[in-house]
Design a protein around this ligand. Sequence first.
Ligand code: HEM
Length: 488
Amino acid sequence: MWITFILFNIICLIIILKSVLSYLLNIRKLPRGPIPIPFYGNKTPKDVHPGLCQWYSDLRDMYGDIFTVYHGSKPTIVVNGFDTVNELLINNGSIVHTRPESGVLSFLHDGAGLVWNNSSYKTIRKISSIAMKSSIHSSESDINEKLREVLKGFEGCVIDLSNPLKDLVSDNICQLIFGEENKEKFGKIMELHFGSLQLLGVNKVDSIIRLPFLKYLPGFSSNWKESIEYKNKFKGYMGEILQEQTRQFTSDKICENFFDTFIRHRQTQKTNQLGVEDCFATVMQLMLAGMDAVHGSLMWLFLYITIDTSVQQKMIEEIISEIGLETRPRQKHMSSLPYCMAVIYETLRISNVAFTSLPYTNQETVTIKETTIPANSSIIVNLVSINKDPVTFPEPEKFLPDRFVDKDGNLQNITQFAPFSIGRRACLGEAFSKAGIFTAMVTVLQKYELCSVEGEAYETKPMMGFLSTPPPYKLLLKSRTSSTTSQE
Ligand code: HEM
């Protein structure tokens, strides 16, 4: 008993000493930054908006475009400003395109799928993007028809659009993944996926991944077992869906969803690079990546155009003159509605739904603007430093869609703008999101004028959370057919 106790203490001491030594050695090799407290890291603001964003901006003033921060004991290199980010992700894209090992997410996704799989992410990106292109065309009519139906019930109502928009976005993503709207499957996958994490909690999972023997200790072991059971249930359920989709698959199918493209790939490739785990994890990652970002962007957009009624007026005038109130909006109409598109771009810019990239790691040492980033670092890009750069976007905190319109009234292509990040691992859902936001936005505006409600505060300070979302708000929906705008 005593021997075990002493051995345990010696092992702990060795682990601690080893960590302190490598911690101190590492700090010296990394780009400059605020001095961290050993193991605790830097004192970071609790909220992302404006806390963390403002902190990064202050650190940039002190240390330049590239600096190191410690969230806990792990160093992260933060890269700012379009030119520096371009140098990192485009000019050095062959070195900086993989993702680092991520404890909790590796546990949840078994290191498979699109986002955390460094060996075959290119193949999964390719098959996912085929599914996205196909899905934009096949689903836009059905989904917006359904939105029109849902909207019919809201005439003259004061309403929070959050839930109808959530339904719309999840239907869109279901179409992409299964080729049908299926709330039951969507809900069950989400529940099983998060179940295992909820049982253990992020911190316990992280500790077990670092020190695997912990899972045998009281306080960890029973939760760990249940958590693994949840994960197995998730895989079992996904396996059933894959079997069902494989039965329905025919090789002459034209419209494809993610399952179809995955099945086609596995049937046509001689050497199978992808396993079923890649399919299961990618489904989850597409759901997670897409759902809140598109929903959040739509909520921001409707909030901004309710506050600034002159913007809304200009949008509806453009809609009436170009496609009218009855034409079903589709991706092909985007080019004839440049001002409406400018409103989408300005919303993406000002709201910064995703304020940083996902983490990157570099396989070799890179030197950017005389700063050396050692191989195998964890790097993130601060997208706010690009999208709110006052040189490219004067008065960056103001909502001014006209900055995206040129003197001839065309949509202006601003290179130094990156809400979806840039480079080989930029957001895969960019075109899919723009099409979804565009059709939903035009469908709502064709039917209703969005009016503010007396006594309702329309705040533009984002809520707590990693993705930026607006605080809840309600709108008064006035029917267009009886409003003066549509009579003109
Ligand atoms: C307005 C909506 C969206 C915004 C602002 C957004 C933004 C982003 C950003 C900033 C990244 C990180 C890129 C990097 O690490 O450099 C990302 C990654 C990603 N996004 Fe989106 N996203 C949106 C919607 C979507 C949708 C609808 C989907 C799919 C259905 C999606 C799928 C992905 C995937 C798969 C990745 C990881 C790509 C990779 O690792 O190769 N996103 N997104």
